[in-house]
Ligand binder design. Structure first.
Ligand SMILES: Cc1ncc(COP(=O)(O)O)c(C=O)c1O
Length: 350
């Protein structure tokens, strides 16, 4: 007898970006924030009493829900907290999809959507983005997914999705509409206000990017209570540990710090995009903390490998539509100029 379901044996599995713990690299491959977490978080970490670990944590992460409620002006029962927003995506796929209930999303996007559908044994429908990454709204409606996922700003393109497109989708899809806002802290718009007027929308946020807490593993979803109640049935009983709950709530409360660092990232994104364009790279207009870019000769894999050999990590996806492009996280000004110096040499003609 097989140990595993056929689907599991045949699937590739999600391949995360290289992490290289302990090795000093210029790390521009997994969209972490280049600045440290809020000083409130650092202060809190110094004063943690280990007694808070003796008992199980709050199964509903009440502290985080209250912080989200205060900061974003939604009732607590509109919030679900997860071990990263990845966990909430996983819960959504398990809750909504099966072989005859498909997940639909535009491609290229966050590869995990497909991985989660595969794990679930669900059908997935991938609708192509055009070259400019305008959301293929009609294609997504025609896909008739039980779950439609929109990533805004999208990864790896950094392009945002307009409210009018989300409203049209929400009104036209039969199932749930997930707006994955992992990078929204660096964007000009967000879909929070749509949750109030659309009973089938859930937005997902993470502390991994805007709050500089990728190592903490904390994310949350906001939707109307009937959605939250059903998702709660699926999550692990104690899905968020006591420390993450404590620290995450403090980070969410410090919006001023998050906004300050986001402004710095946005300013660096502008410089980095302009410099890349001067070097002859095509750059897609990004509202995230990374840029998608095509080197002048389209030799993205060669450049990725050459940068890696110099201790500079960027993201290369060997998949259709992306083989000639790189996704580069916006780093500190110093990291960005190290990258630019290397790219200048690597793309010099002759
Ligand atoms: C589009 C998108 N959604 C969700 C996530 C997951 O974030 P988290 O760290 O909260 O699991 C990522 C992480 O890279 C992402 O790129």
């Amino acid at each position: 007898m097989r140990y595993f379901r056929k689907k599991i044996e045949s699937m590739l599995g999600y391949i995360p970006g290289e992490q290289m713990p302990g090795v000093r690299v210029v790390k521009l491959n997994t969209n972490e924030n280049p600045y440290p977490p809020s000083p409130t978080v650092t202060a809190m970490l110094r004063n943690i009493d280990s007694e808070c670990l003796r008992r199980y944590p709050d199964p509903f992460s009440g502290r985080v829900r209250r912080a989200v409620s205060r900061v974003f002006g939604v009732p607590e029962d509109w919030v679900i907290v997860g071990n990263g927003s990845d966990e909430i995506l996983s819960i959504l796929l398990r809750a909504c999809c099966e072989p005859r209930r498909a997940a639909a999303y535009a491609m290229p996007t966050y590869v995990l959507y497909r991985t989660l559908a595969e794990i679930q044994g669900a059908r997935y429908i991938e609708v192509p983005y055009d070259e400019d990454y305008r959301l293929p709204v009609e294609g997504l409606i025609a896909a008739r997914g039980a779950l439609t996922i929109v990533c805004s700003p999208n990864s790896p393109s950094g392009t945002p999705v307009f409210h009018e497109d989300l409203e049209r989708l929400s009104a036209s899809v039969a199932g749930l509409l997930v707006v994955d806002e992992a990078y929204v802290d660096f964007a000009e718009e967000n879909a929070l206000e749509l949750v109030e007027s659309n009973k089938n929308i859930i937005i997902l946020r993470t502390l991994s990017k805007g709050y500089s807490l990728a190592g903490l593993r904390l994310g949350f979803g906001i939707a109307q209570p009937p959605i939250i109640e059903n998702l709660m049935k699926i999550k692990d009983s104690y899905n968020v540990d006591a420390l993450s709950c404590l620290i995450g709530a403090a980070a969410i409360e410090d919006q001023t710090y998050k906004e300050e660092t986001a402004e710095r990232v946005k300013a660096s994104r502008k410089n980095l995009s302009a410099t890349l364009e001067n070097l002859g790279f095509r750059v897609w207009p990004s509202q995230a903390n990374f840029v998608l870019t095509r080197p002048p000769m389209g030799d993205a894999e060669r450049i990725y490998l050459a940068l890696k050999a110099k201790g500079i990590l960027v993201r290369y996806f060997k998949q259709p539509r992306l083989e000639d492009k790189l996704r580069i996280t916006v780093g500190t000004e110093e990291e960005n100029s190290t990258l630019i110096q290397a790219l200048t040499r690597l793309t010099a003609v002759g």
